[in-house]
Structures are given as structure tokens and as C-alpha cells.
Ligand binder design. Sequence first.
Ligand code: GLN
Length: 238
Amino acid sequence: MHICHLYPDILNLYGDRGNIFTMKRRLEARGIGVQMIGQPLDIDKYDLFFIGGRQDFEQEVLLRDLAGGKGRDIRTAVEDEKVFLAICGGYQMLGQYYKTWDSSQMDFIGAINVHTIGAKERMIGNYMFRTTPESSGSVIVGFGNHSGTYLGEDVAPLGMVLKGFGNNGEDHTEGARCKNVFATYSHGSLLPKKTALCDFILQTALERKYDTCEPLGPLDDTLENSAHDYMEHRLMHG
Ligand code: GLN
């Protein structure tokens, strides 16, 4: 499996790259070799892309690099149904645009039909959501710190909010699911404490690569599950 971590040194907030470690470890535990390939970006070589989050400043810094062809390549990879996991700022950047709280606009990649609107009051805090059956039907506990994102009609949410803000604090949706893109606001290392979603994403990437493949076998997830259960209990009962 060839994994591409997009902008690892710039987009990596609140432990986002823990998601990469988890995907690699869970593939290798099943005897599947993993290669992380760096620059230049040759989208045909990769099966799975990861893009993390960061502040507005870093997003703005990357606009020029995206405009130099990388944005188009990423759009092509999404259209080609390559698998993406995108967190927060990376999620926003796969979308159409971001209007910041002071009304400046950043035009992003436009690979998925979502857009983001900033407000002086940001959505910050732990939250919980349930992914849709099309994305493993798991309960996720995460941490968000972001502006509001709105889904276009052709984009499904990754899940529905059980507690906290989600995409925009209004429509109870959280994240986005479109083609093979899995996008979420959940920082705080999403996959290390939600192995069912991790395996679902890996399975999707394996099926995309090999047309068909055996279901991934179970692993001992005792520690991962207790990390999740602890956070879920803390969020529900204070
Ligand atoms: N700059 C974005 C926002 O404020 C993304 C923040 C993030 O990735 N945590 O909404």
C-alpha cells in the first residue's frame, strides 16, 4: 500500500499524524507492506492520501503551491476514487473556498463540494458523532477547533453529531463523505482510538487497488477501545 502524507511538515496539528502511524501499523499487522512516498507528487503511485489540519495562515501559505498544479492533481485523484482521509484544515482545503471571519476569501482545491465560513466565534471543544453506515457506523470522540463548513447537495456527511459542534454547530452534520474521501473535523488522533473506522478506510483503499480483497482480520484492540471508552465516558458524564 502506497501512502502519501500531504504537507506533513505544515499540516499537522493536535497529533494528526498519529492517523498515519495507525494505518501503517494496522496494515503491517496483517502482513501488508506499506511504503510512504515523498515528493514529487505522482498521484498514480499512491493508494491512500492523508492531509491534516493547521491554522488559516498555513492554508494561505499553501495556496501558491496548490495553484502550481498540485491542486489539479489532487482533484484528479479524488475523481479517480483514490482514498483520502482529511482532517480539519485539510478537509476545508479539499473543498471549494473558505471565507474567513474578516471577509477575505481563499479559493481551495474544489475536489469536493463543501465550503467554509469563518466567524469571530470559533467552534472549539471535545465532541462526539456517529459515522453513517456507509462509513462504518462507529461512535467517534474527537476534538475540534475550527470555522463552519457547509455541505453541497451531492456530499453526504461522514456522520451525525451526538454531542458538541460538528461541521457548523447548526445542521448536526459532521465531516464529509464523497467518492472515497473521508473528511472530518476530528483532531486528537481520530484513528488510534477508533480502529473500526481505520479498518474501514484501509479496506476501501485495498478494494480500490485490487478490485476485490479479503476482509481484514481482527486485531487485539483492547487498549484502543479503552482509550475511546474513557473519552466517551468523560464527554457524556463530565
Ligand atoms: N483554519 C481553519 C479554521 O480555523 C482550520 C483550523 C484547523 O485545522 N484546526 O477553521
